[in-house]
Write a protein that binds this ligand. Sequence first.
Ligand SMILES: NC(=O)C1=CN([C@@H]2O[C@H](COP(=O)(O)OP(=O)(O)OC[C@H]3O[C@@H](n4cnc5c(N)ncnc54)[C@H](OP(=O)(O)O)[C@@H]3O)[C@@H](O)[C@H]2O)C=CC1
Ligand SMILES: CC(=O)[C@@H](O)[C@H](O)COP(=O)(O)O
Ligand SMILES: [Mn+2]
Length: 389
Amino acid sequence: MTEQQLIKRIAIFGSTGSIGTQCLDVIAANPDKFSAEILTAHKNEDLLIQQALRFNPNIIVIGDESKYQKVKQALANTDVKVFAGEAALDEVAAMDNYDMMIAAIVGYAGLKPTLKAIENGKPIGLANKETLVVAGDIVMQKAIEHRVPVIPVDSEHSAIFQCLVGEGRNKIEKIILTASGGPFLGRKPNYLVNVKREHALQHPNWAMGAKITIDSATLMNKGLEMIEAKWLFNLTPDQIQVVVHPQSIIHSMVQFEDGSIKAQMGLPDMKLPIQYAMAFPQRIANNFPRFDFKKINTLNFEEPDIKTFRNLALAIEALEKGGNLPCVLNAANEIVVYAFLKNRIGFLEMTDVIEKVMHKIPFVQQPTLDQYFMSDGEARAMTADIIGL
Ligand SMILES: NC(=O)C1=CN([C@@H]2O[C@H](COP(=O)(O)OP(=O)(O)OC[C@H]3O[C@@H](n4cnc5c(N)ncnc54)[C@H](OP(=O)(O)O)[C@@H]3O)[C@@H](O)[C@H]2O)C=CC1
Ligand SMILES: CC(=O)[C@@H](O)[C@H](O)COP(=O)(O)O
Ligand SMILES: [Mn+2]
């Protein structure tokens, strides 16, 4: 954003998703502060067209090339430029016509455009945690080289970020990531063996896309978030603790060297961390519902059951060993979640398959970006093969 420009031009990569649509809600509520400059979708061309007609962005990208003609025709009477295909995401991320990227694509597909935006010097509002799980060392190193702020959108990491504002060089003793526990909190394997996608998609506190909702049900989401936190806040694995907090009111906490703990709280509503990342370092007044201590007067905390929810144990193993193991874990997880959503694999089988893949793909201690890409491809192929996809 130039000094004269008051409006921050936002590029939403993944505008048709849960985060993307809420980001557009924030833009719609603050037309004096933000505009939607770039919007991208993968398959949902109808919603992308609607968004383009409403927000009049400069550029849109439809990932699925077979939908290009339909989108182009629908916007024939507008000035919106339409691009299509995976490569277009990288090309558009490398353009100069926006001030901040909101990285809201789900999964590994978000990595390359986010890297392009960083190389292009654009600040990132990062929802796509998989980007840091796959190649966190390279992504954060590039962000430092290009002096690009990576501001977390993920609610827990936004909470930690907010707790750290004003702390300067004060040392973190540990962070405490809160986990809702998902829809199966307290359940044991004899119950989980039979659960189906419809039940697993019922998150108790958050309405989110399908992939992250299944990750929350298996506790893989919290494992991915531990790895995400390591890279965002430069932490060692023993500085990252997970606590189950079923109400999702405390979004996470930081404990400092003197033992003092800071928490960030609020009702579970992703518009708040999205807006915070977009407006940082300012806070913007809004009419989002407020947390009322008189209405919810009990906040509970307990240890995560990693013997039952073994995905979290696998993610901790990947966090501790590092190298390409988090990338392999992520790739295998993306495939098993896809298979579970298609009713091709059971809830507990997901963990067994991920474990096999993690222990079969050759370990690389310090991968290059190309080696991360290769590990991702090998892990996906092996996972699909084991499942029989
Ligand atoms: N939802 C939430 O509340 C939270 C989400 N996050 C993270 O944010 C990210 C987005 O999550 P969420 O919004 O729930 O996901 P959704 O599934 O709701 O949306 C995903 C978005 O990515 C697009 N997309 C999917 N696959 C591809 C692909 N291969 N190439 C390009 N674009 C693609 C989709 O396009 P289309 O719909 O057109 O196919 C859609 O716009 C995830 O990494 C998630 O972990 C983090 C914290 C909270
Ligand atoms: C909203 C958000 O950030 C999600 O990642 C959320 O935290 C999922 O909840 P749990 O993984 O704690 O169930
Ligand atoms: Mn989260």
